[in-house]
Design a protein around this ligand. Sequence first.
Ligand code: COA
Length: 229
Amino acid sequence: MRIPVVLAEAPLVSGREGVAAVRERQRAALVEAGRRAGAPALAELPRDADGAPVPFADGWRWTAANTRGAAVGAVARAPLGVDVESLTRPRVPAPGEFAGVDELIHAPIHAPIDRATDRAGDRAINRAGDDADRWTTERTLALWCAKEAVLKLTGVGIAELRACRLTGAPLWTGGEASLLIEHRGVTRAVRIATASGFVVALAADADAHAPGPAVELDLHVLARAEARR
Ligand SMILES: CC(C)(COP(=O)(O)OP(=O)(O)OC[C@H]1O[C@@H](n2cnc3c(N)ncnc32)[C@H](O)[C@@H]1OP(=O)(O)O)[C@@H](O)C(=O)NCCC(=O)NCCS
């Protein structure tokens, strides 16, 4: 199941004007994501009383996130959640503040590492824990975003951040990764992609209408200039 996720770049404006601009870009990201997914037009963004997205038109769902400089949106006929953080303006705490030692021991693995032959490398990785060389800014943001994406998929708040647990070593290939996150007894492979200086995460459950069990993140960037045309 390949899910289009749209990252819309937003102007770096502070104050009320900045908030309005990023909200407008979030809406543009959602409209484009819906179009790419083949969803019915997303005229309104239906929400529950707490502001969480609710399904629209025959089980289609939407999810969105924003940060300074960008917004993301995705639409699918399956429960899903997205998150975005800026690599140049990271606003997340150190990994040890939102993840346990048992999670951080699963330090990210660079591809290509041949796990069958590189046993010494494998041991070094598992010994590394929260070594700063391994939990770089990009990877820390990925872990944070992966957890937030799962929390949005399940519709629960940030209070359960520590109840979302990384259960395996993320494999990184270029700017992409897959992080196994367990929450409330369900383990999902959360997809990570990086583009335009932002880290984006997508968590989704299987879609009964789409073939294949694996979730893939199909990232599209809506540049600011594109929006003005
Ligand atoms: C959901 C949550 C993790 C989002 O984190 P954030 O970093 O503040 O903001 P993001 O940009 O990543 O995401 C915001 C979007 O998440 C979505 N969202 C909000 N609450 C959500 C929920 N419970 N489930 C799923 N999605 C939610 C909304 O679409 C929102 O954007 P919008 O209002 O512009 O449409 C966080 O706001 C949260 O915990 N909300 C739950 C409500 C809550 O616990 N409030 C605290 C009460 S003390």
